[in-house]
Design a protein around this ligand. Structure first.
Ligand SMILES: *Cc1c(COP(=O)(O)O)cnc(C)c1O
Length: 232
């Protein structure tokens, strides 16, 4: 299936749909970030999205992210949304501005060590990935372990936790339940910590309107902008 629009047109359509979902939810559209997910797409397609207004991209593989970062140069920021292996931490930290898929304390420890050794004055923005659909997703911290996990992150001063991320179940009803679960966790975290945890990264091409209704502050959109991905 090829997209009916150019990347620029599709980007504008998605922006418009986000706007409408915000209106429907009684929210200000500036509270929702559009993160284009560019995995498998060649740099030329990313340039088209940049021409339409994109300033950051989500990738799920370190090597692909660093290659595109080298190709596109300055003016773009990179968000890792896929599982990060500890042996790729050093490479990832050369380009990654934000990690949305922090899913273990081992990874937190490795990131902390990398920052302490190579850029002690900086912090990495992280979101804790929560597994809200145990049936389909293998990655992410279990929802019932999230309170304890987030407390443990206080031991890593080079990590700046900004919020939570989830990949929802494909079934709309279960996805909606997952979004509500993530929003509920956010409320408990804010309660415990007296604020913070502002980011809720939830919603993809098929379910972002529902995610926005549940309080999403970052929708991660691949297919609806770039078209169907080739298998790899
Ligand atoms: C691929 C991916 C997306 C984008 O999915 P689409 O359905 O193509 O919009 C969002 N989040 C994560 C974590 C992904 O891996």
């Amino acid at each position: 299936m090829t997209p009916p629009h150019s990347v620029a047109e599709a980007y504008a359509v998605v922006r418009d749909e986000i706007r409408r979902a915000c209106v429907a939810a009684g929210r200000d559209e500036t509270t929702v970030r559009l993160l284009p997910v560019s995995k498998t797409q060649p740099a030329a397609r990313l340039r088209e999205a940049m021409a339409a207004g994109a300033t950051q991209f989500g990738e799920n593989r370190v090597q692909e992210m660093t290659a595109k970062a080298a190709e596109l140069g300055n003016g773009v920021s990179w968000v890792l949304i896929g599982h990060l292996q500890r042996n790729k931490v050093a490479a990832a930290c050369t380009v990654m501005d934000e990690l949305q898929s922090l899913d273990s304390l081992e990874l937190a420890r490795a990131l902390e060590a990398q920052y302490a050794a190579t850029r002690p004055g900086d912090q990495l923005a992280v979101l804790v990935e929560v597994n809200t659909s145990a049936e389909t997703s293998k990655s992410g911290v279990r929802a019932d372990a999230a309170m304890e996990f987030t407390r443990a992150l206080r031991d890593y001063p080079h990590l700046r936790p900004q919020g939570l991320m989830t990949v929802a179940h494909p079934d709309p009803e279960l996805a909606s339940r997952g979004f509500a679960c993530l929003a509920g966790l956010q409320a408990r975290l804010r309660d415990r910590d007296g604020g913070g945890w502002n980011e809720l990264s939830m919603g993809m091409s098929g379910d972002f309107a529902s995610a926005i209704a549940h309080g999403s502050t970052c929708v991660r959109i691949g297919t609806a902008i770039f078209g169907q991905r080739a298998a790899r």
